[in-house]
Design a binder for this molecule. Structure first.
Ligand code: ZN
Length: 53
């Protein structure tokens, strides 16, 4: 998979790729989306991208 270069909109520094996980939407959890997670090392803002093959 591709790792994106994205910047934190608050700190204007590069965000760090964490991992790709399946997250559940809704309480029943019957929809699971694979998402790539990025985190800003300074302010801990999280950014999610839908994972596509
Ligand atoms: Zn930040």
């Amino acid at each position: 998979m591709k790792i994106r270069k994205i910047n934190c909109p608050y700190c204007n520094i590069e965000m760090k790729y964490i991992s790709t996980e399946r997250i559940q939407l809704g309480r029943t959890g019957w929809i699971a989306l694979p998402v790539s997670i990025y985190e800003c090392p300074t302010c801990s803002k999280l950014e999610f991208f839908r994972y596509k093959k």
